[in-house]
Write a protein of this length. Structure first.
Length: 359
């Protein structure tokens, strides 16, 4: 890359930040493949290609970026959030494509942990391409970003589970008369719908189904359906009525006839990120089973005093048994506050994420 080594490294850092941003568009789309982002820099260090992993069977992020770059990739640098694959799956190896296109240097943030796809960096080096793993801070940022759920699946053999709820300051998700629309304001609801679009699956229990008849769709600001929808799931032994809104008309609905959280996750197959949205007994069951990895809490500045609690039956009888979390991020959304938390058994996020304030 032209210029001083320091300037070149700064361009690569900026390109990696761009690749991480681009990779968000693959969330909920690329499963079972990882949501990867890639950027191609030409020999002078200018961005000439960007790409995110397409739906299964489609192009990987590196190929999308190289297709956009065309001949400008020759002698340039490929910056990618995950080590390029070196195996034949539904598509050819990304390493082969990088070599054929004349890439001189590959910079990647996270080594591929899967036995079949790993080894891409070594394949590149044998072909004379410089392959470089970024420093620890950049690796941590990539691991806690869009790749987080996929990496969790590879290491633990099950989906990453986020529990989402919206509650009053005293932890109530509904008043004594059952009313719950709307505890939080429009900004918080927009944020929650944007999060739904990034998920593979959204689950509610049969109790919430009976009480709220939720649609569980992801919606845009104007109220129309988002182009990408998660699989909508009802968990429980009660049959789902034929006219339930959750069924929809797009075929993206399933009923899991079980009360066992672990069994439910197994039934879902090779998904990466599951969102638990309600109700309190479903949340309690997943907490008691140790199957909540992250919490999205939306807190409204109001007190109900009585009503439905956010969680029930979490298996806690004494303070020492409490489920404890670490706050990774907080922000104000209109008048409400959003907290993103992880269980203490999980690795903390990067210092930047931990210290992020309201915005």
């Amino acid at each position: 890359m032209a210029g001083s080594p320091g300037a070149g490294r700064e361009r690569e850092r900026a390109a990696l930040a761009e690749a991480l941003a681009v990779s968000r568009s693959a969330l909920g789309v690329s499963t079972p493949n990882p949501p990867v982002g890639a950027v191609v820099l030409d020999a002078a260090g200018a961005i000439v290609g960007r790409g995110a992993t397409e739906a299964a069977g489609g192009r990987h992020a590196e190929v999308v970026a190289l297709d956009e770059a065309g001949t400008r990739a020759r002698g340039g640098t490929l910056v990618v959030t995950l080590e390029p694959c070196s195996h034949h799956g539904r598509t050819g190896p990304c390493t082969t494509r990088a070599i054929e296109d004349g890439i001189a240097r590959v910079v990647y943030a996270v080594p591929d942990p899967t036995p079949d796809a790993a080894g891409g960096a070594e394949t590149l080096r044998r072909a004379g391409v410089e392959a470089v793993l970024v420093d620890d801070d950049e690796t941590a940022a990539a691991r806690s970003g869009p790749l987080k759920a996929w990496l969790h699946r590879q290491s633990r053999g099950r989906p990453f589970v986020t529990w989402k709820y919206a509650a009053s300051l005293d932890g109530r998700v509904a008043a004594t008369d059952g009313s719950s629309m709307w505890i939080t304001g429009p900004e918080a609801r927009r944020h929650a719908h944007a999060r739904r679009q990034e998920m593979d699956v959204v689950i509610v229990g049969s109790g919430t189904l009976r009480t709220d008849d939720p649609a569980l769709t992801a919606r845009l600001d104007d109220g129309t359906s988002a182009p990408r929808q998660p699989l909508r799931v009802v968990m429980g032994l009660t049959d789902v009525p034929r006219d339930a809104r959750v069924r929809g008309t797009d075929g993206r609905f399933r009923h899991l006839a079980t009360r066992d959280p672990g069994a439910a996750l197994d039934m879902l197959g090779d998904v990466q990120h599951v969102l638990i949205e309600g109700g309190p007994h479903l949340a309690g069951a997943f907490l008691a089973a140790g199957l909540v990895d992250e919490v999205d809490a939306y807190l409204a500045p109001l007190v109900l005093g009585d009503g439905l609690s956010a969680v029930a039956g979490a298996g806690v009888t004494t303070l020492l048994e409490a489920h404890r979390f670490t706050v990774l991020e907080y922000r104000t959304l209109g008048v409400d506050v959003h907290l993103r938390m992880t269980t203490d058994r999980h690795t903390a996020a990067s210092p930047a994420a931990q210290t992020e304030g309201p915005r």
